[in-house]
Design a binder for this molecule. Structure first.
Ligand SMILES: [Cu+2]
Length: 151
């Protein structure tokens, strides 16, 4: 009986020793960042319904459990008057919103994605009617995808 107990203890100790380093390793590994691919047409007509969508992924897998996906939309130069729209989760990592623009102008669209304790907020722009997206804005958007963790 005593001998059995010793064996049992030894096996237990061995198992613990085998498991611990693995767990530590997992904890020390930085989480795979979430990615958000924002897509919307480059231009649209006045009062045309536009679908704005974002695909959220982590390590190539769709993320459907995002805590929050919001679209911030503002007319060029009027960031302080931006409106916030809640995205609809469509599955497969897709988060969309429908929007009609009622002024002939360039608009910014920035998606704020909070998922798995991370935040990313890529930005893009859309030109309504005959409006054009200013060249410097276009450059800014294509340069580095406007992804950042600050808010
Ligand atoms: Cu944000």
């Amino acid at each position: 009986m005593k001998k059995q107990m010793v064996w049992f203890m030894m096996i237990l100790v061995f198992m613990l020793a085998a498991c611990t380093p693995k767990e530590e390793q997992a904890e020390n590994q930085p989480p795979v960042p979430i990615e958000a691919a924002l897509s919307l047409p480059e231009k649209a007509d006045l009062n045309e319904e536009v679908t704005i969508s974002t695909v959220v992924t982590q390590d190539g897998e769709p993320v459907d459990d995002a805590d929050e996906v919001k679209y911030e939309i503002w007319k060029e130069g009027l960031k302080e008057d931006s409106e916030m729209l809640d995205a609809v989760s469509e599955g497969d990592g897709f988060y969309t919103v429908e929007k009609m623009f009622n002024e002939e102008a360039a608009y910014y669209v920035q998606v704020h994605v909070t998922a798995r304790n991370m935040h990313t907020m890529p930005k893009s722009a859309i030109a309504i009617g005959n409006a054009v997206i200013p060249a410097d804005v276009k450059e800014e958007i294509t340069d580095h995808d406007m992804e950042s963790m600050d808010h």
